[in-house]
Design a protein around this ligand. Structure first.
Ligand code: SAH
Length: 269
């Protein structure tokens, strides 16, 4: 442990006289709220985009909690080294098992061991691609720990030792895990109760039923000679629903035959 590797964001301000016990610690928890602990070399990148709009409002209201754990604080020696060259040679540097292990150890304190209740995830291009159903599972956990890599990644042994799942943002390589972590957190937090207002719904969206979303329109009813489809202005909800489903199916078949095949297969089962 080092002086102050952890930092909390967006806590509710509570007057000292009203301060519950849980808020007196370095990393207080708003009771019951979903929490994410992010291990990163760059805590200043958080909350980043998550501080804006609906996720930012929810963070301020205590609907979810964010704690950053600065990896540098666990660095070794005078220079607080966190990385060293890859065994076997080759380009770049690898984050050290002893450094990342100590950070994971600290993150683990006070969290459930069951990986369903508290997933521990390393953002990595080798991981399972992030999906809506994974985000839904994460949102049903009490919270999670995210490890952001840099350079060539982390020593494999630490992933084995802590039973860390790997999750990827997609088939491309980022310079670090922070953008991927923020994408994962955003997708998860918006599924938490009360984060989306009544006007925004997570039920009807792309992927929630295995289909891409139908096209959306809003006023004016005609723009540059392009009209909103008549059915949407008809006021006939049954027809609107039918049209939307047809559009969703057509788009999914055209753009994502992989998703369409899964849907057909699931229906047959
Ligand atoms: N050498 C590694 C890439 C390292 S990129 C490899 O080829 O697999 C540096 C860090 O960026 C990784 O440790 C990881 O945390 C993050 N990263 C890069 N691409 C990512 C992706 N597609 N999804 C999630 N995290 C990614």
């Amino acid at each position: 442990m080092t002086d102050k590797p952890a930092k909390s964001h967006g806590r509710l301000a509570v007057r000292p006289s009203l301060k519950p016990r849980a808020l007196m610690t370095d990393t207080p928890d708003i009771q019951g709220a979903w929490k994410v602990k992010v291990i990163t070399l760059f805590p200043e990148l958080f909350p980043g985009v998550l501080g804006g709009s609906l996720t930012g409002k929810a963070l301020k209201e205590g609907l979810w909690n964010l704690e950053t754990i600065e990896l540098r604080g666990y660095g070794i020696g005078k220079h607080k080294d966190v990385d060293s060259p890859p065994a076997g040679g080759g380009a770049g540097m690898v984050l050290k098992a002893d450094v990342v292990g100590a950070a994971l150890e600290d993150a683990r304190r006070g969290t459930p061991v069951d990986p369903t209740a508290w997933p521990v995830v390393y953002l990595s291009p080798r991981g399972k691609p992030l999906t809506q159903s994974m985000a839904r599972d994460f949102s049903r956990a009490q919270g999670m720990t995210l490890l952001c890599g840099r350079f060539e990644g982390v020593d494999e042994r630490v992933l084995e030792e802590y039973n860390v799942q790997e999750v990827s943002l997609g088939d491309f390589v980022l310079t670090g895990g922070e953008i991927a972590a923020q994408a994962l957190i955003d997708a998860t937090v918006r599924l938490l109760p009360n984060v989306l207002g009544n006007d925004e719904s997570a039920i009807d969206e792309s992927f929630s039923n295995g289909l891409l979303e139908h096209p959306q329109y809003t006023k004016p009813s005609e723009w540059r000679g392009r009209k909103i489809p008549d059915v949407l202005l008809s006021g006939h909800h049954g027809n609107v629903d039918k049209w939307r489903l047809e559009q969703s199916e057509k788009l999914t078949q055209e753009r994502r035959p992989d998703l369409w095949d899964i849907r057909i297969k699931d229906k047959k089962l």
